[in-house]
Design a protein around this ligand. Sequence first.
Ligand SMILES: Nc1nc2c(ncn2[C@@H]2O[C@H](COP(=O)(O)OP(=O)(O)OP(=O)(O)O)[C@@H](O)[C@H]2O)c(=O)[nH]1
Length: 309
Amino acid sequence: MSDASQTPLSDQPTGEDGFRAGFVAIVGRPNVGKSTLLNRLIGQKISIVSSKAQTTRHRVTGILTEPGAQFVFVDTPGFQTHHRNALNRSMNRTVSQVLADVDLVFFVIEAGRFTEDDRKVLAVIPESSKVILVINKVDQLKDKTRLLPFIAQVREARDFTEIVPLSAEKGRNVDELVKAATPLLPVGTPMFEEDEITDRSERFLASEFLREKLFRLLGDELPYGIAVEIEKFEVEGNLRRIYAAVIVDKPGHKSMVIGRGGEKLKRISSEARVELEKLFDGKVFLEVWVKVKSGWADDERALKSLGYE
Ligand SMILES: Nc1nc2c(ncn2[C@@H]2O[C@H](COP(=O)(O)OP(=O)(O)OP(=O)(O)O)[C@@H](O)[C@H]2O)c(=O)[nH]1
């Protein structure tokens, strides 16, 4: 599926050279390593952020341009099966729409574990999709002879186009995934310049980085329905001043995010700031506070204002 309205970029290879370009969705239940895989795939190229406005109908999370192909990775919001409310309904709807529309799907699971939740995710991928089964975390598999019978077990669930075992964290066999995926993309012109890694705005990336830190550092204590809103984003030369609010659903959740003596929130914002400085290649001043907006997760309008469709 290539966007026909897009003008081909000059000096770029065209479909006539056999160049391939397409949209790829990385899906899987929480914690299988999707983000680690995406970061590994686009690797060190996270340095230049395009200021171009949204150019495709998908939310692009990363772009990998190889000599013969361009992979445009698109977002599929987290797969939720446990809570039923407006937020999850909206998310699951988006997942199915995105999957019906991309050129290729990476379905990620953990080596040695094929759970009910994995099956639920697999069930949402349309039958017509081309799917590569990515078996991640092979480094955790102590007994390597278990891999083949495990593959045989998972294959019973679906006829995968390709199967690639790898370790996203250790960077093992990730090249093989790119090699296997390239011929599965349609022939076409690149949609982005070679050095672009994302078409999201700096403001959006700041909120994503902060959200990621909240998820990581709050772990099991993460309140359901938490969100990040960037209230102000100012650029002064090489300094970015970012004012962000963490939005929670209940007053009791506020103290969970702040932590004793403010320690938790301090750590979250300082880790996010360090990573944003690397990303933007400049100084970042980041101020974060916590706000309570009761029942926001059930309010469709609030969802829209926070960027969910
Ligand atoms: N041992 C090992 N751990 C990994 C590997 N890839 C990812 N992990 C770890 O698995 C955990 C989850 O990784 P993420 O990349 O956040 O997983 P995700 O699928 O994006 O998770 P959600 O955002 O919750 O959907 C992290 O602690 C990673 O460090 C791997 O190849 N080997």
